[in-house]
Design a protein around this ligand. Structure first.
Ligand code: NAG
Ligand code: NAG
Ligand code: NAG
Ligand code: NAG
Ligand code: NAG
Ligand code: NAG
Ligand code: NAG
Ligand code: NAG
Ligand code: NAG
Ligand code: NAG
Length: 827
């Protein structure tokens, strides 16, 4: 039988049409007769997201979830059966005739369901290209009429367009809750949630305990999140109307992938996908330091991460329980020095702060500042007021009643807040009146805190302007450009082009080489705009180097303190791995203290300042940063000096963080530098913040004496520097330790105190050694110090034994006969 050609053509056309229709409808939608089994999946129309079954991490359970469709790393953004894991791959997702999504296990029991309120006539479930799984009437494309949507039942991830907030009509909250662990998507105990009290703000809660607060929205951002600012990746908004209150963000280019995640350890992190490296980077972390801890300084306290200790009372307030406050337990907070007198009070302006908790607040969007002030004055329980919106010169009114909670200093933050004060507190123009209970010391602390605060604000402003300028320049010359195709303005870790760095360092010429760092050579570079940088280039084929590189990035991105070196960015291209730091012109501490001529440039005040700076940097690492980092390789060559000889701790290649309540950890591989590492670490591989304290003690004694601990020689005995210092101390002549180059400028009582503190830090038993917060306290006052016990490793023999017992490849056994000062440090 002959079949006409046109007939075949029509047949082919029709069947291909059928095929197109079938794939087009089957791909992102299911109806009530279809189902998704484990192994099947549906993909949103543009391919952005996939819905299917998966096992997170090392889990053996199966979960129904949504993940990214276009990237290789399975990253789940939503999970349906968080609390009801499937034990095998028999799970099935169906849509009932009523329009309810149900997830069934092998025996057909419903283990999870969507609870659509209004029954549907002809429901379909569709995965939208925004990542939203919706149930709707077939053919109804109006997003207002959705019967159910996954965007109203969030997991741990806030995607672009998702709302974090509350529906004021139904009272439904949209919030994100952490996973229990990377293997277990069930609800952890950390949530990020918008609380609708007073003027709303966003809280991070651990169960019912508040951990962190965003601060109220000020028109531009939440007042406690200066990181949230215009950037090349996303825009954000806060909407407050009769129907709903929410925070939401939008990506500027839909090919950029970014997500905001709440983690089980309480971090709010924004990730960005870098396609070149096929990995996620942390774009920013919201709560990174101790001052972010909710109400750390108690009622009416103020936190400043650059102060030590970080808490102070607000001006005009004094500690509630002085003894607790002195022990750095600030929870009892502060009280007014002079009680308010309802009629005759005034206000003191406080600038550059995160606004206090708005739980007991009141607001009016149309009042101006003057009306606001008058309203506050009229109500005796009103304690502070501020503009609600800082845009266009400020508008609106926000009033606080009762104690002011959780204030911290933030540099370029507005608006100002006006704190109600008794008239007598204001009369003497801000000068501090001391009551009978307080003593001279407090006066000094308060006034220095004030003046440094003001100085700090100025510096910060200056820095801000300078940085803005730099950024502008950067944009023009295209220095900082990340692979996600933006000028990297607000990336926590901008990516540099290899070309830029090759040019800046004169093709990594020997002349530009500054030295060898932990895992490679360091070069000086000058960018086109004149900015000086230091480029650390990982030696090729160094496996250990790569680990240290990653480690360094991991920590440096999250650590910021004036006594830590600042990481400007990194470069990963081909097999090149580089880190870019601020350039510090004065090299490292070892260059000065161990050299006869250079040591003259470091007089006593500078050395004293350096020791204090290192102590503060370490205190930040151990306690005030959220990561609780142990450096593990503190030594003179890892302390760099800026123009003004301020110390900056560098090289975090070996750093470790201690999770949660851990105080000690163990390692099989002892790394670090002999001469600085503590006995328990060298011998048993045990490290804790106390091992850093030991290294700090060694460093203090080295700075004072101008001698290296390792390789120290003395004609009279066989002891190392620690032993020598200990001998002099017990014989009552500690000052003989002090280097000749500083004897003249030296303040004897300070020097004695430092020797004493140094010896306390190097005591053999880690438990006897003080914590860094105690060290900082000891350096800052004149109270009597405890008597140190014998130091660890005080004879050369100890060192040799340690070097043989541990099988570290990084160290050669040290010979006692070899009496040479020019011993090269291992590593
Ligand atoms: C569901 O979709 C399939 C395939 O498109 C179709 O054959 C079936 O008739 C649909 N069922 C209903 C109830 O719409
Ligand atoms: C979706 O399922 C198809 C087969 O049904 C499979 O080939 C594909 O890899 C799956 N996609 C994802 C992202 O799991
Ligand atoms: C998994 O197995 C446990 C115990 O065998 C059972 O209690 C649980 O209901 C099962 N879960 C599901 C989702 O079937
Ligand atoms: C299915 O779920 C029900 C209810 O959770 C449970 O009792 C049953 O054991 C589960 N079946 C299987 C095979 O896990
Ligand atoms: C859906 O379920 C949640 C949690 O179980 C419940 O709070 C909410 O009221 C339910 N909504 C409807 C419309 O049933
Ligand atoms: C939250 O969970 C962690 C373990 O994941 C636990 O250590 C912590 O105590 C919990 N917090 C509260 C407040 O229960
Ligand atoms: C979005 O990003 C992609 C890839 O980086 C780029 O090709 C595209 O031009 C960008 N689109 C817009 C509108 O900027
Ligand atoms: C409050 O201040 C006014 C004026 O300064 C004064 O007359 C009045 O006595 C004060 N009242 C109290 C209770 O101190
Ligand atoms: C807010 O302030 C305006 C101007 O003072 C006033 O007219 C309005 O009534 C106030 N609204 C409320 C709710 O107090
Ligand atoms: C002061 O403000 C509080 C809180 O809004 C309110 O409860 C109280 O009634 C006010 N008092 C006066 C006298 O207006």
């Amino acid at each position: 039988m002959r079949v006409p050609v046109y007939y075949i053509a029509i047949l082919l056309f029709c069947s291909s049409l059928l095929l197109i229709i079938q794939t087009a409808t089957a791909i992102d939608t299911i109806n009530t007769t279809q189902s998704i089994r484990d192994g099947d999946n549906i993909t949103s129309s543009g391919g952005n997201y996939v819905l299917g079954f998966f096992s997170p991490g090392n889990s053996k359970h199966r979960f129904l979830g949504i993940w990214y469709g276009k990237i290789s790393v399975l990253t789940a953004v939503w999970v349906a059966n968080r609390e009801a894991p499937l034990n095998d791959s028999s799970g099935v997702l169906r849509l009932t005739d009523e329009g309810i999504l149900v997830l069934l296990n092998r025996t057909g029991s419903v283990i999870w369901s969507s609870n659509t309120s209004t029954p549907a006539r002809n429901a379909v479930a569709q995965l939208l290209d925004s990542g939203n799984l919706v149930v709707k009437e077939k053919g109804d494309h109006n997003l207002e009429n959705l019967l159910w949507q996954s965007f109203e039942h969030l997991s741990d991830t806030l995607l672009p367009e998702m709302k974090l907030g509350r529906n004021r009509i139904t009272g439904m909250d949209w919030y994100i809750t952490s996973w229990k662990s990377t293997d277990d998507p069930s609800r952890g105990n950390v949530s990020e949630i918008l609380v609708p009290y007073g003027y709303p703000e966003i809280l991070v809660m651990e169960n019912s305990i508040v951990r962190h607060r965003s601060g109220p929205w000020n028109g531009l951002r939440f007042s406690g999140t200066p990181q949230l600012k215009p950037n090349p990746m996303y825009t954000f908004e806060f909407v407050y109307n009769e129907k709903e209150i929410f925070y939401r963000y939008h990506v500027l280019n839909s090919s950029m992938l970014t997500r905001l995640v709440v983690t089980q350890n309480g971090d709010i992190q924004r990730f960005a996908w870098i396609s070149r490296t096929q990995s996620w980077i942390i774009y920013l972390t919201v709560n990174t330091d101790n001052c972010e801890r909710y109400a750390l300084c108690g009622a009416n306290g103020i936190c400043s991460i650059d102060n030590s200790p970080v808490c102070n009372c607000l001006n005009g307030f004094v500690p509630n329980v002085q003894s607790e406050w002195e022990m750095m337990d600030w929870s009892s907070g502060c009280l007014r020095r002079t009680p308010l007198n309802c009629s005759g009070d005034g206000f003191r302006q406080l600038s550059g702060v995160k606004l206090p908790e708005t739980k007991t607040s009141w607001f009016n969007k149309s009042m101006n500042l003057e009306e606001c002030r008058n309203t506050c004055l009229k109500n005796c329980s009103c304690t502070a007021f501020s503009n609600l919106d800082i845009r266009n010169g400020g508008s609106g009114c926000l009033l606080w009643f009762g104690d002011l909670i959780d204030i911290r200093i933030f540099v370029d933050n507005k608006p100002d807040i006006y704190v109600r004060m008794a008239a007598s507190e204001l009369d003497n123009g801000g000068a501090v009146k001391i009551n009978a209970k307080s003593n001279m010391k407090k006066r000094i602390i308060v006034s220095t805190a004030l003046s440094t605060g003001i100085l700090f604000l100025f510096l910060a402003l200056f820095w801000y302007i300078w940085k803005k300028k730099q950024q502008k320049k950067g944009k023009v010359t295209g220095i900082v450009r990340s692979s996600i195709n933006n000028p990297g303005e607000d990336l926590d870790l901008p990516l540099f082009y290899l070309d830029t760095l090759t040019l800046a360092t004169n093709n990594f010429s020997v002349d530009n080489k500054l030295g060898e760092g932990g895992f490679g050579a360091v070069y000086k570079g000058t960018l086109k705009d004149g900015q000086e940088i230091a480029v650390k280039r990982l030696s090729k084929n160094s496996r250990q180097g790569l680990d240290e590189f990653k480690n360094e990035v991991k920590y440096m991105v999250k650590l910021q303190h004036r006594n830590l070196v600042k990481l400007l960015g990194c470069c990963i291209e081909g097999d090149e791995y580089m880190l870019i730091y601020e350039f510090l012109p004065n090299k490292s501490l070892n260059f000065f203290i161990f050299d006869e001529t250079h040591s003259l440039k470091l007089d006593w005040p500078k050395r004293y300042n350096i020791i204090n700076g290192i102590a503060r940097g370490l205190l930040y690492l151990h306690q005030d940063s959220r990561l609780r980092v142990i450096h593990r390789d503190l030594k003179a060559s890892n302390v760099l000096l800026d123009y003004e000889m301020n110390p900056k701790i560098s090289d975090f290649g070996l750093a470790r963080s201690l999770g949660g309540n851990e105080t000690e950890a163990n390692t099989n591989k002892v790394v670090g530098t002999y001469g600085y590492i503590s006995p328990e670490y060298a011998i048993d591989g045990l490290y804790s913040p106390k091992s850093d304290v030991f290294s700090f003690g060694v460093l203090v004694l080295e700075i004072l004496s101008g001698n290296r601990n390792r390789g120290f020689c003395h004609p009279d005995h066989n002891l190392n520097l620690l032993g020598h210092a200990w001998k002099l101390f017990t014989e009552g002549r500690p000052l003989e330790l002090v280097s000749e180059s500083i004897v003249e400028t030296c303040n004897l009582s300070e020097a004695l105190r430092l020797i004493h503190v140094g010896l306390l830090c190097v005591q053999e038993n880690p438990e006897d050694r003080p914590t860094m917060s105690y060290v900082v306290l000891m350096l800052g006052n004149e109270d009597a110090l405890p008597r140190p016990k014998q130091p660890g490793f005080y004879t050369e023999r100890d060192l040799i034994e340690a070097a043989y017992t541990s099988n570290s490849s990084q160290s050669k056994p040290y010979s006692a006969n070899e009496c040479s000062i020019s011993m090269i440090e291992a590593r």
